[in-house]
Design a protein around this ligand. Sequence first.
Ligand code: NAP
Length: 257
Amino acid sequence: MTEPGAPRNILVLGGTDEARRLAAALAGWAGTHVVSSLAGRVRDPRLPVGEVHEGGFGGPAGLLSWLGDRRIDAVVDATHPFAARMTASAVEATGRAGVPLLILRRPGWRAGPGDDWRWTPSLAAAAGLLPALGGRIFLTTGRRSLPVFAGLDDLWFLARSVDPPEPPVPRRLQVLLSRGPFTVDGELALMREHRVDVLVTKDSGGRMTTAKLLAARELGLPVVIVRRPPRPAGVPAVETVEEALAWLAVTRGSGGG
Ligand code: NAP
């Protein structure tokens, strides 16, 4: 497909399924070059098609010079909703460079009938709720969140993550290395096997990890759910890959000339 108005050099800030799908779709656009970037923290990441930049840029100043060096015409921030530092860096660098920025964020989750969700503003607040809710906790908040729960010696944790966590971690901990996507039947079996009392999750949204929420509903378990950091004001934002493609098709950037 040719998109006559589309920018020629596009940076997709990635690490999500949406970012990979966007890069795959853009690979078919004539006259358009896409670079996807990953933080480089996962040992064996699922790579998008096309060129990949792995590792940070060195803060907003580093990203600003990278945008200029690579003559980037437009940036799509398709990072995870909790990757707030990368998003803030993108807002600052693109603002200073005069390069158009779009935020692609999948919608958050909404509780339905039968759900018992406790919204919290932070991981620390989530940890504070747990002793009153149960003794066996299923943590799905990522390996780097484990230090927040490390002091809760009376509770037992099942922590699922892509890569192994590093200390400090809770004293009574079982780690399950797994990447998903997951099925409701699989999540039900896992929660039953480990006699889970409470599920802890971030409001990541998306379809790849909703099975745990449906399983918790079926088992009548409380879910402690961490709210997303706020999205930066004044930056255009969409919720789907298709909307991002439509935005790119009509956005002519200023960086690549
Ligand atoms: P973060 O706290 O916002 O970012 C920390 C630093 O990592 C950034 O300042 C940047 O370094 C670098 N970085 C982050 N995302 C990057 C990207 N896509 N490309 C290049 N550099 C990146 O981010 P995070 O929460 O650690 O997440 C890291 C990555 O994992 C993101 O790509 C995100 O999409 C993915 N991810 C995060 C979560 C989550 O729960 N947070 C879940 C699933 C996937 P410099 O300042 O040096 O540029």
